[in-house]
Design a protein around this ligand. Sequence first.
Ligand SMILES: C[S@@+](CC[C@H](N)C(=O)[O-])C[C@H]1O[C@@H](n2cnc3c(N)ncnc32)[C@H](O)[C@@H]1O
Length: 218
Amino acid sequence: MSKESVGIDPKLHEYLVAHGVSRDDVLRDLEAETARLLPDLVEMQIAPEQGAFMTLLARLLGVRSAVEVGTFTGYSSVCVARGLAEGGRLLCCDVSEEFTAVARRYWERAGVADRIELRIAPAVRTLRALPAEPTIDLSFIDADKESYIDYWEELVPRTRPGGVILVDNVLFHGEVLNRGESELGKAVHAFNEHARADDRVELVMLPIADGLTLARKR
Ligand SMILES: C[S@@+](CC[C@H](N)C(=O)[O-])C[C@H]1O[C@@H](n2cnc3c(N)ncnc32)[C@H](O)[C@@H]1O
């Protein structure tokens, strides 16, 4: 048997979602509404199995303080907020009032609105304004790829020892291999090199959806 990760074709993915993810109407409706309102952008939304993984991870870590960089219409934030410990809080960073207006409605529907604070501003500015102490339990980086290293550099020192940083799209549709051709592929590859060389964390790159790096602060 090969040691490579399985390539997931649409039928196998359907099976994986049917058997490996418990998704309720809130997440189904959010996916459908995003596809209807923003058909060209819906692929920015995380995959259902990634959302389920993030909820479970937040629960396993007992997360009380979480940060999300790149909220869009709210799928990943609903998933993280649902996994927070009692009294836990999620800070969401985005630049779009339009996208996050949808997210706000779904936070209400999911019953997690009171655990979430949204800041509309370039995320680097929001992160730099956070206290310097290492208090964050879990963060998720999923905004503009060119700024991944900047987000990482703001989040690593603010993450508590044992806390986790998740980074999305680290395989970037395979474009990380064509380093000279795609600007975004190049940016993600540069981030991957940067993170791999960082002794402050131990990490694993998971072939879930478009590639998800899970980094644990030492
Ligand atoms: C890939 S989408 C996030 C998807 C989201 N995590 C989900 O599950 O639906 C990227 C988001 O990053 C936001 N964004 C882009 N540049 C940004 C910046 N400089 N600061 C904060 N957010 C930014 C975009 O407005 C968009 O909503």
